[in-house]
Design a protein around this ligand. Structure first.
Ligand code: GLA
Length: 379
């Protein structure tokens, strides 16, 4: 009885404090963000070009919605303290209207500190005003990046600092996805949802290198209890198509991110990408794993040296399975059906290739290239 009361209390507390709005990010947010490719060079024209590309190249059909401006859009504040964009951006309302006219949504970026990570104007002391300004311009998503907040707050104040901005966003009356970026400090997955986060970064920055991407991705095991509809672990934005990983490595990146139910924010230049990159970003069977209605984050099922098997249960009773080879030469990787909770005799489908591979007994084994991965559905 005590246990039931305790559980009910915890659930009620989480629901009450749990400002994370699950209607806002019922599945992991999908879209694009300017940082990984454009960094501080980003302009309004780049943002418009990204929206044009998403609307025209099949990404919108595949589920990409948010066109997110990262750091370096900020200018100074006017006499009343209102934040202005810098000269690279000009009219923010016009930019938001343009993105909306494509049937897409638009995101913006700030810091709870006096300065952003790139040294631009942050929201410190202007939280209410900035939230209202973003809503007035028509923004639908805010990434709120700790940065210089480190200098004005104690780490112990972090939850309150994030909640403050969340409450300000709620008061605008506009639904705005709230993305926490504080690199996983203080085990944010434990409290991110309770301060209104729809997603929270679990790590420091990704880069377009296999070593960095794979350390981040394969390190997410264990965080799966904290993800679910409305509140997601965020292992950082995609690097697919930025050029420093090979095809097998980008397949691993995308396969891992969908198994993790990670937000899928493309981070490349969408206005000039190869067909190969577009195919990786828009494979519908692969994306369906990420966007699955059950909203369960996958986990590591088995590991043997550099060979790993990850699985994610799906709403239709199937199981998405990733077979990965982190090693330097081709290796066979095996998934044992019993280990993932599948039937002794199960059907296997290759999701990247859209191909039924047949029925297998006990297990399925396939050769995986160096740094590669295969994504299958076991049913
Ligand atoms: C931090 C974040 C990045 C990006 C930059 C912008 O490093 O983790 O994702 O937003 O700041 O300055």
């Amino acid at each position: 009885m005590k246990k039931i009361i305790l559980t009910a209390f915890i659930v009620a507390t989480v629901l009450y404090a749990g400002a994370a709005d699950s209607t806002l990010a019922a599945t992991p947010p999908m879209g694009w963000n300017s940082w990984n490719h454009f960094a501080c060079r980003v302009t309004a024209a780049d943002v418009r070009a990204a929206a044009d590309a998403i609307a025209a190249n099949g990404m919108k059909d595949a589920g990409y919605v948010y066109v997110n401006i990262d750091d370096c859009w900020e200018g100074t504040r006017d006499a009343a303290g209102k934040i202005q964009p810098n000269e690279k951006f000009g009219d923010m309302k016009a930019l938001a209207d343009y993105v909306h006219s494509k049937g897409l949504k638009i995101g913006i970026y700030s810091s709870p500190g006096p300065k952003t990570c790139a040294g631009y104007e942050g929201s410190y002391g202007h939280e209410e005003q900035d939230a209202q300004q973003y809503a007035d311009w028509g923004f639908d998503y805010l990434k709120y990046d700790w940065c210089s907040a480190e200098k004005v707050y104690q780490r112990s104040e972090m939850e309150a600092v994030y909640k403050k901005m969340h409450d300000a966003l709620v008061r605008t009356g506009r639904p705005i996805v709230f993305s926490l970026c504080q690199y996983g400090f203080g085990r944010v997955w434990r409290w991110g949802a309770s301060v209104g986060g729809n997603l929270w970064r679990t790590t420091e920055d990704i880069s377009d290198l296999y070593d960095r991407m794979s350390v981040i991705g394969f390190d997410q095991d264990g965080l799966e209890p904290f993800a679910g509809p409305g509140h997601w672990n965020d292992p950082d934005m995609l690097e697919v198509g930025n050029g420093k990983m090979n095809h097998d490595e980008y397949i691993t990146h995308m396969s891992l991110w969908v198994l993790l139910a990670a937000p899928l924010l493309a981070g490349n230049d969408l206005s000039q990408m190869s067909q190969e990159t577009l195919d990786i970003l828009t494979n519908k069977e692969v994306i369906a794993v990420d966007q699955d209605a059950k909203g369960v984050q996958g986990r590591r099922i088995a590991a043997e040296g550099p060979l790993e098997v990850w699985a994610k249960p799906l709403a239709d009773g199937g199981i998405a399975v990733g077979l990965f080879n982190r090693g330097e030469s081709v290796n066979p990787v095996k998934v044992n059906f019993k280990q993932i909770g599948a039937k002794e005799s199960s059907k296997v489908r290759d999701l990247w290739a859209h191909k039924d591979l047949g029925s297998f007994t006990g297990n399925y084994t396939t050769d995986i290239p160096r740094h590669g991965g295969v994504l299958i559905k076991v049913q």
